[in-house]
Design a binder for this molecule. Sequence first.
Ligand SMILES: CC(C)(COP(=O)(O)OP(=O)(O)OC[C@H]1O[C@@H](n2cnc3c(N)ncnc32)[C@H](O)[C@@H]1OP(=O)(O)O)[C@@H](O)C(=O)NCCC(=O)NCCS
Length: 200
Amino acid sequence: MLQNVVVSGITQRKIVFIVSPEMNPPDITIRPETRSDHEAIHALIVEVFRETYGTGEEEAGIVDQMRQETALGPYVSLVATRHDALVGHVFFSPVTLAEFRNVPVCTLGPVGVRRPWQRQGIGSQLIRNGLEQCKKHGYQAVFTTGSLEYYPRFGFAPISTTRLFTIFRTEHDMVLELKPGLLERVSGLVEYPKPWLASL
Ligand SMILES: CC(C)(COP(=O)(O)OP(=O)(O)OC[C@H]1O[C@@H](n2cnc3c(N)ncnc32)[C@H](O)[C@@H]1OP(=O)(O)O)[C@@H](O)C(=O)NCCC(=O)NCCS
């Protein structure tokens, strides 16, 4: 943006770059999880979801269990760290289209950022980075269940705009197409693996 800047008593017209927090959260590193992060990730999910929804073990348990369910496809698990301390985490894991089993698709969640670090763009960075990884793994669509205000900024739309549905059947079910045109040719049930069904 153009701003008037006073330099040595002379007003000059200068271009000033306003850096949004999402582009540059302070000293944050986004990287794939390692084995040694597992315990800290579990603790972070429990903390964030307990504070927000009064839950936590359920969401952390899904991550613990889905790491073992490798037959369906790879998972993507990214952490946000600041000076080596964990401040955020996002998890993507495979789900199945019951009538199109050869189409690789996955689900986003849980995603959590420690309360003091929320609203600084870290959740967005984790999600955008994770979606890129999902694309690289060949996933053609990503499902999630959550805020109808938050996820559309990443391109998610209500699943009701497609011919798909999940077993959860909530109005918060959303989908993001990673392969253009996919959502026009698929329909039916999105199956979630067993660890997800404990929450029903
Ligand atoms: C959701 C969450 C991961 C977002 O992380 P974050 O780092 O705070 O998000 P960002 O800074 O990238 O984005 C902040 C924006 O998201 C919005 N937002 C965050 N959580 C939201 C929610 N549950 N519903 C609606 N909007 C939300 C904020 O209002 C803010 O909007 P703005 O940019 O218009 O001001 C974080 O708030 C969190 O951990 N929440 C608790 C756990 C949770 O609800 N997880 C999602 C369900 S799986």
